[in-house]
Design a protein around this ligand. Structure first.
Ligand SMILES: [Zn+2]
Length: 483
């Protein structure tokens, strides 16, 4: 297979470890990276501490395109199950022919609820356009075509204003009544959030949903029991599909010989509900990538603070020809993480995605495996102090536990007589329901602390990635894609 030529390494202002290439457009003494844009026109004012609905993102990106027609093309690359458009904003100096420029992808979240990742993609587009009169950004736009897709999963993004979900909204009939999504979650106690429900008495004092007091049983999720079967919330808007396990590369890979070892991939990492590239959103992204040449791609997530690179499905193997670029990408990822750390003052780490945790059929493996695109995951934000601190919730609200008696439940419209859980248990005479709302469920309409600073750090990491790619003519199709 014809190998893609290695990136000419370029001096980066935030990168100390990479060598300088002689072909660089970013000479060491070149203009510095501009900061937050000044004099923002009214139609482009965006509050980076606001959680915007998808429709609002659509308005904002249309305004960007309308304000900078000479630098942008805005088009839909496809639609979701619920007919929301997946928008792409192409940003470049259109006067320079495309074949003299290098393609770069900046893709927002594929996981619906990872919305600060969408804000990071939006900020990158906004910052680039509003600084397009600076020497630094002009250099970028003369040499690169940047494809910004704010969200790959707009249905999941929007559903996450109800309850945080990774998934898309492929219609599903979990309760088997022949009607899709016939028992969605809704807020019956009016506190603004969707709670998990547990049976118990008022005297119980639950503190931790993972260590329930003796005798407490799960009673589903807050809902009006729309389907009237007595089980609350048993057919929610929830497809069960993690689309980032369904790209057409190493799909459903499960090596039985490695089961139980660190190399095991399976179970939770793939899904039998759908197949490779069966979701319309995934098809849209794959079709787009087959038609648009790119040297580098970043896919934005959130939940950690890290920069990850392929493979997701296996460890680096120096004897594999396909792995030749991985050491370079490891260096670039480290520099990207360093850039984000400097700007945000929070720790970012870098490693291969497999080392972080093994999965298969992820978008970055598809991009690198099929097209040799240098593909990175940036995880934008972790609650708490950052590094490795999953579940550290210092900066999140306290989880809430509220008890309601059977009379109070009846007032909310619950048919207590017929109420049952999925196992057929009913409430005892002295029992009611505990409503548990986790910290993250209370963040549905809020941005995390420091989002305005985080989006700037992510922008700096993306710039390191762009500068690491050669300008113009940097891309070559893998053999099997050539005529
Ligand atoms: Zn994610």
């Amino acid at each position: 297979m014809k190998k893609k030529k290695l990136a000419k390494l370029i001096c980066s202002f935030v990168s100390a470890t990479l060598l300088c290439g002689s072909m660089s457009v970013f000479a060491e003494e070149a203009s510095t990276i501009p900061g937050n844009p000044e004099n923002v026109p009214e139609n482009l004012e965006i509050d980076w501490m606001t959680r915007y609905h998808y429709e609002e993102l659509e308005d904002q990106i249309s305004e960007m395109a309308a304000t900078y027609p000479e630098l942008t093309e805005l088009y839909s690359i496809g639609t979701s199950w619920q007919e929301r458009d997946l928008w792409c904003l192409e940003i470049t100096n259109e006067e320079i022919p495309a074949e003299e420029k290098t393609g770069i992808g900046v893709f927002g979240p594929i996981h619906g609820g990872e919305r600060e990742a969408a804000s990071s993609a939006m900020y990158f587009a906004w910052w680039t356009l509003l600084n397009s009169d600076t020497e630094y950004v002009q250099n970028i736009l003369d040499n690169y075509i940047i494809y910004v897709i704010p969200s790959i999963n707009p249905d999941g993004y929007e559903q996450s204003f109800v309850i945080n979900t990774r998934q898309n909204l492929r219609p599903r009939d979990l309760n088997g009544d022949g009607i899709m999504f016939s028992d969605p979650y809704n807020d019956i106690d009016g506190d603004g959030y969707i709670a998990q429900l547990y049976s118990g008495t008022a005297e119980m004092t639950p503190s931790d949903a993972y260590n329930l007091p003796e005798g407490m049983k799960s009673f589903g999720t807050e809902s009006s029991d729309w389907d009237g079967n007595g089980i609350l919330g048993d057919d929610p808007r929830n497809s069960g599909i993690d689309m980032n396990r369904t790209f057409d590369y190493q799909w459903g890979r499960y090596d039985i010989e490695t089961a139980g070892t660190d190399d095991q991939i399976g179970g939770i990492t793939s899904t039998t509900i759908t197949g490779a590239a069966m979701e319309p959103e995934v098809q849209a992204v794959q079709n787009f990538m087959q038609k648009h040449e790119m040297n580098a791609l970043v896919v934005l997530h959130t939940g950690e603070q890290s920069v990850l690179y392929p493979w997701c499905y296996r460890a680096y193997d120096e004897t594999e020809e396909k792995d030749a670029d991985l050491p370079l990408m490891a260096e670039i990822a480290a520099d990207m993480a360093q850039a984000a750390t400097v700007t945000t003052g929070r720790d970012f780490y870098s490693m291969s995605s497999h080392e972080d945790y093994p999965t298969s059929a992820e978008l970055i493996d598809y991009a690198f495996g099929k097209f040799n695109i240098h593909a990175y995951t940036i995880e934008v934000y972790c609650a708490g102090d950052g590094e490795y601190s999953w579940g550290n919730s210092d900066t999140l609200p306290e989880a809430k536990w509220v008890f309601y008696t059977q009379d109070e439940l009846a007032e909310m419209g619950v048919d207590v007589e017929n109420l049952t859980n999925a196992d057929g248990d009913k409430l005892a005479e002295d029992e009611g329901l505990w409503f548990y709302t986790s910290s993250t469920n209370q963040m549905v309409d809020k941005v995390p602390e420091d989002q305005d600073i985080m989006v700037q750090g992510i922008k700096d990491a993306i710039l390191v990635m762009i500068e690491s790619e050669p300008c113009g003519n940097g891309y070559s199709l893998p053999d099997y894609m050539q005529e």
